[in-house]
Design a protein around this ligand. Structure first.
Ligand SMILES: C[S@@+](CC[C@H](N)C(=O)[O-])C[C@H]1O[C@@H](n2cnc3c(N)ncnc32)[C@H](O)[C@@H]1O
Length: 364
């Protein structure tokens, strides 16, 4: 008790003479930034849920939010290895077509906010962020210097193939659009990997698993995008069960330093012959069943008749009349209202695009 009072007294005396001891830099960052708890919660979530991918920020400025994100991961990484990467021109805001209520071109080129190391008005540089990380005892972040349009495409998805947490803080519509376009491939890959992790609990067949993931991704994917995937389950005995939804050949090495082999065409000749015989037997059985199935043939006839009736009745309501002319594969039509002839190219390989004309063509 006496010792405790003595210590308090000494502390008070020291603070009065030399001032309060400085708090660690990270503690000051956390206390001074209201977003800290949100960043920590986001990182805790992806670590807890084992969401694969890196932590990536667009708009670094003096490095405070990036350092807080890195700290969130350091608190409890749950065994998830993640890189911390930041993208910024470090040259202030680029021009924008739409004037921002507050931020103008060139803003953020110098420090305008509280910072534990940088003075107000100091030129913002990548080094400023690196020094902040060093002062917090954090591993150096990977910084990509330049405009997003130029820095993102070369490294996403080549270097950052999956991202677990993305912090977009770049003030402008155009910049945000560049980021979202640039990281789309990484988000898709991350979605595919997350599906593998989730579904492999209940599905152990790699082919069936890829089929389920494919069906799911096909629903979400925008036109023109695709993912190539390889999925393999390696047993403790060294037996690899795999399926590939990508370009072959799939290459592998049994051990470091050994020759590279191809997973394709590794099926033994004897096994390949057995598979071929089996496949043709199944095909033959299927064909016989198809041909002998009386009911199936009946149904098809009924279906075709029904379709024909629909086509004929639809053709009576068409606004376009006309028919084939000559043997050049050209289809002439005439607009019913102003009798303007319309010429539509028709070749055996290509039908007219207009659905009405296609229907007319079929019913004639
Ligand atoms: C609001 S600051 C970021 C603040 C930082 N996240 C923090 O909280 O500490 C916005 C940053 O985005 C960067 N920026 C905006 N548009 C950019 C673009 N198209 N390319 C590169 N950097 C951009 C600016 O240079 C600026 O440093």
């Amino acid at each position: 008790m006496i010792r405790q009072q003595l210590r308090r007294g000494l502390n008070y005396a020291r603070q009065t003479v030399v001032g309060r001891p400085a708090l660690p830099v990270m503690t000051r960052l956390i206390r001074g930034d209201q977003r800290a708890s949100t960043f920590f919660a986001a990182i805790e979530f992806v670590n807890y849920e084992q969401v694969p991918g890196d932590i990536v920020e667009f708009g670094v400025f003096t490095g405070i939010s990036l350092a807080l994100l890195a700290q969130g991961h350091r608190f409890d990484d749950k065994g998830m290895a993640r890189r911390v990467a930041g993208f910024d021109s470090f040259d202030g805001l680029p021009p924008s077509a739409e004037e921002h209520a507050r931020w103008r071109e060139g803003a953020c080129q110098t420090n305008h906010a509280w910072h534990p190391l940088a003075a107000p008005g100091a030129r913002v540089t990548p080094e400023m962020t690196r020094e902040l990380f060093a002062a917090c005892g954090l591993p150096a972040p990977e910084l990509h210097v330049g405009l997003f349009d130029q820095t993102v495409p070369p490294v996403v998805p080549a270097t950052y193939s999956a991202v677990a947490v993305v912090h977009i803080d770049c003030d402008l519509y155009e910049s945000t659009q560049s980021v979202l376009t640039g990281i789309a491939p990484a988000l898709v890959v991350m979605q595919a990997r997350t599906l593998v992790r989730t579904l492999s609990d209940t599905e152990q067949d790699p082919l069936k698993l890829l089929e389920r993931i494919n069906a799911r991704l096909a629903e979400d994917m925008v036109a023109g995008r695709f993912v190539t995937m390889f999925l393999g389950f390696l047993s403790p005995e060294g037996f690899l069960e795999w399926s590939s939804g990508g370009h072959g050949p799939v290459l592998f090495r049994r051990r470091r330093g050994q020759a590279i082999e191809s997973l394709d065409n590794k099926v033994a000749d004897e096994m390949q012959s057995r598979m071929l015989i089996d496949t043709s037997r199944q095909l033959e059985r299927g064909t016989k069943w198809f041909l002998r199935s009386r009911r199936l043939v009946d149904d098809m006839v009924v279906n075709i008749t029904k379709e024909l009736e629909d086509l004929i009745s639809m053709s009576q309501h068409l606004s376009v009349v006309g028919g084939f002319q000559g043997d050049h594969g050209e289809f002439y039509a005439q607009d019913e209202d102003d009798h303007r002839p319309v010429k539509v190219r028709y070749t055996p390989d290509s039908a007219p695009d207009d659905p009405e004309r296609r229907v007319r063509l079929l019913s004639d």
